[in-house]
Design a protein around this ligand. Structure first.
Ligand code: PLP
Length: 430
């Protein structure tokens, strides 16, 4: 048995292969950026601007929707979508209790109340049965996150939305390119928000976002919303009239051009990622006590984040608490060169912004929808997932990460041979 790196052995992952860049920046990407700089159309409402429009057209086409609108980031995309859906004070929006914070802040920014629902223990996405329990007379929309790149249960959620007359906003920030029953995410609800933030699967050189929808009226509202509530039409002079409360949330043409250049290689990268991740997960699946992420038959996974749940009893360590095992695994695997980390330290409803309910002051927006689910609600599945899982982020996005992921698998196999040490490390920590 080889010695654990934590005890002075050689790490399973050699140091010189650990750093894998993301995003990959090529000569084409540089050229795309310089072309915009030299073209002089540096804001998207300029008359002859083309970079944002080209990206919007291409992304709409590949998503299979009629409209795409470029905006400044994914968080803004969520807010603009809710505004376009007419969601405001007194309304409730159901959001998952496990997601990135932006998913739950967006309703608040509209002065609507985020009502949290628990998630599924295997897919980490909204549990439709729990969503149904949280629907009230004030519920207007379900904000569906395709967490880590796996499409949510859209059959059941779509059915709920139809029966209760709710809008569906997809948060597809982690799931570009994923399919559900052969249809791309971003085409599965009323409107969808994507992020182009630099760590996402379709990155720009900084921040950016895209909205997709088939509904021309929603698309027009979002276009107005990103530009102060004005109507911007090509060939018509800007009249500077705000028709409703808008923002300045336009996508910058440089970021659009960079993202469009990345889009040229997106499918190729996604194919390599699929291969690399599959071969990695196939090896981990052989080890006892790890629940490895996967996709049901009718969906594909974009593999934005890889989340693993660990079961102490199945690992032969029934006396070890899940959080203690998680922390021990993080330490021991990190020593081997596997950068395991937590993604979300608490369920979203336990974040201070929601427990303290400061919001806009005077108790708003909660005061506008009194009697809603309180901050003391429990979300046992989200809590259990956070307690017993760790994630891998970013490095596996690179199309050449195959060999690195194989070394990660070596590290897991090695650590699994030293379960006595794991138990000791976990015992010391608890
Ligand atoms: C990244 C992310 C967002 C926010 O996107 P930004 O472009 O960073 O504002 C929203 N939701 C989820 C699930 C995300 O991962």
């Amino acid at each position: 048995m080889t010695k654990l790196a934590m005890l002075g052995g050689t790490p399973a992952v050699p140091r010189d292969i650990r750093q894998v860049p993301w995003p990959i920046i090529t000569e084409e990407d540089r050229k795309a950026v310089v072309t915009v700089l030299d073209g002089g159309q540096l804001v998207s409402n300029a008359e002859n601007e083309t970079a944002v429009r080209d990206l919007e057209r291409r992304f709409a086409e590949r998503t299979g929707v009629a409209h795409c609108v470029g905006v400044s980031n994914g968080t803004t995309a969520l807010s603009l979508a809710l505004a376009a859906l007419g969601i405001g004070p007194g309304d409730e929006v159901i959001v998952p209790s496990l997601s990135f914070i932006a998913s739950a802040l967006a309703p608040l920014h509209q002065m609507a109340v985020p009502v949290f629902a628990d998630v599924d223990p295997v897919t980490f996405n909204l549990d439709p049965a729990d969503v149904e329990r949280r629907i009230t007379g004030r519920t207007r929309a379900i904000l569906v996150v395709h967490l880590h790149g796996l499409p949510a249960d859209m059959d059941a959620l779509g059915d709920l939305a139809r029966r209760h007359d709710l809008a569906i906003l997809e948060d597809a920030a982690q799931a570009h390119g994923a399919l559900y029953r052969g249809k791309p995410v971003g085409s599965l609800g009323d409107v969808a928000a994507f992020s182009l933030q630099v760590t996402k699967n379709l990155p720009t050189c900084g921040e950016g976002g895209l909205l997709t929808t088939d509904d021309p009226a929603l698309a027009e509202k979002v276009r107005m919303g990103r530009q102060f509530g004005e109507v911007i039409e090509s060939g018509r002079p800007r009249d500077y009239i705000s028709y409703f409360l808008g923002w300045n949330s336009k996508l910058n043409p440089i970021q659009a051009a960079f993202a469009a250049s990345q889009l040229d290689r997106f499918d190729d990268y996604a194919r390599h990622r699929q291969d690399n991740v599959t071969r990695f997960l196939d090896r981990l699946r052989e080890l006892p006590g790890i629940a490895v992420p996967g996709a049901p038959e009718h969906a594909t996974h974009a593999w934005h984040i890889l989340r693993f749940r660990f079961d102490p009893a199945a690992l032969g360590l029934p006396e070890v608490a899940p959080t203690a095992l998680r922390d021990a695994l993080r330490r021991v695997l990190r020593a081997e060169g596997v950068p395991m980390s937590q993604y979300q330290l608490v369920p979203l409803p336990e974040q201070k912004v929601f427990t303290d309910r400061i919001g806009f002051g005077s108790g708003y927006p909660w005061a506008a929808a009194e009697g809603t689910a309180g901050p003391d609600e429990r979300f046992p599945v989200a809590r259990a997932i956070i307690d017993d899982s760790l994630t891998l982020q970013k490095r596996h996005l690179h199309p050449d990460s195959g060999p690195l992921l194989q070394r990660y698998a070596d590290a897991f196999e090695k650590v699994w041979q030293h379960r006595d040490v794991l138990a000791a490390v976990a015992g010391r920590a608890s």
